[in-house]
Ligand binder design. Sequence first.
Ligand code: CP
Ligand code: NVA
Length: 304
Amino acid sequence: MAARHFLTLNDMTTSELEQLLDHASRLRKEWRAGKTRDSLKNRVLAMIFEKSSTRTRVSFEAGMTQLGGAALFLSPRDTQLGRGEPIEDSAIVISSMVDAVMIRTFAHDTVETFAAASSKPVINALTDEFHPCQLLADMQTFREHRGSIRGATVAWIGDGNNMCHSYINAAEQFDFHLNVACPEGYEPDQSLLNAHSDRVTVVREPEAAARNANLLVTDVWASMGQEDEQKAREKAFRNYQINPALMSVAAKDALFMHCLPAHRGEEISTDMIEHPTSVVWHEAENRLHAQKALLEFLILNRLD
Ligand code: CP
Ligand code: NVA
């Protein structure tokens, strides 16, 4: 049987995603209660990082260990991938020795190429285009605080980047409406917008996106790989900040999320992470639980 991959949220059905999130919440409860679990005993996850990470690395590595398995950190600096060994050759060899492969890289087609040659599941742990693992954690967090997100309005304030693209996929999969407020020239990918035009509204004014929304989300103005654009982006995004004033136009019980790392004073005001609407620490911890559920699904084909 061909391996199942998780390169975008569209690699799972809505029903699978919902079961996965239920399972993730169960794993969270069990883990917090001190229960141990060895569902992935003797299993190995290879983790290829071509970009920096704190949450993704710690959550996948800790998650594998907590489930009785192990994780290998592979950097292009000290593997043959960094010296030009073809992606396909690397995929055949690495996947012949481990049970799943996680990749964080630049171009999305790198994970597609790797997955096409891999005999084991491949997980996209962030590309320039998508960050689906973060959406699992975000959707789990919303459910744990507010129940189903079906029919809700989510406001994305800022860059039409990889996180925003995964929010567009989530809007389709979880049945909510996404308002995107971004400056001209920083819109999400046009073909993705065209494919989901009934789900996504792009506006210029943050207030227009945030009004009566149930969830406000943002991300850094310059993503990894865009460091040279930092100054220009600071100028373009100056008015695209989530702060208590913007939260006050949202729905009464609205939540605030940020995938982190955050730049206080840029995309969020300095007081936003501690604001009563903020669930960012819970969201960050849920990377661990959501991905443990994902690993069990991909490696063992189980969702409970
Ligand atoms: N949110 C997220 O993916 O964080 P890291 O870059 O620290 O992994
Ligand atoms: N958009 C950000 C997300 C970091 C988790 C980036 O790609 O750098």
